[in-house]
Design a binder for this molecule. Structure first.
Ligand SMILES: [Zn+2]
Length: 88
């Protein structure tokens, strides 16, 4: 039995996603997140969407985006999400 390796369930993993994306987690939490994302399609998908959104917003901010852009991005992601939920 090992206590070195922590495991997250979805309830523990999801609130940490942004910190994970920003590399703000402690090492043992990083490991647990990677492990969870490897085995959990739902959280892996959330991770992908949120890191994409973050990148898009960051790039958009560099170019001084119109205020409507974020709404557009969020709307598009919601569409993608609905589509992928239907496909699943
Ligand atoms: Zn999960």
């Amino acid at each position: 039995m090992s206590t070195l390796f922590q495991r997250f369930d979805c309830e523990e993993a999801l609130p940490r996603l942004y910190q994970f994306i920003d590399a703000e987690l402690a090492i043992h939490e990083l490991e647990a997140m990677r492990d969870h994302l490897d085995g959990c399609d739902n959280c892996a998908y959330e991770h992908e969407v949120r890191s994409k959104l973050k990148r898009i917003i960051r790039e958009a901010c560099l170019e001084v985006a119109p205020p409507s852009l974020r709404d557009k991005v969020v709307g598009r992601l919601a569409q993608l999400r609905a589509a992928s939920a239907e496909a699943a």
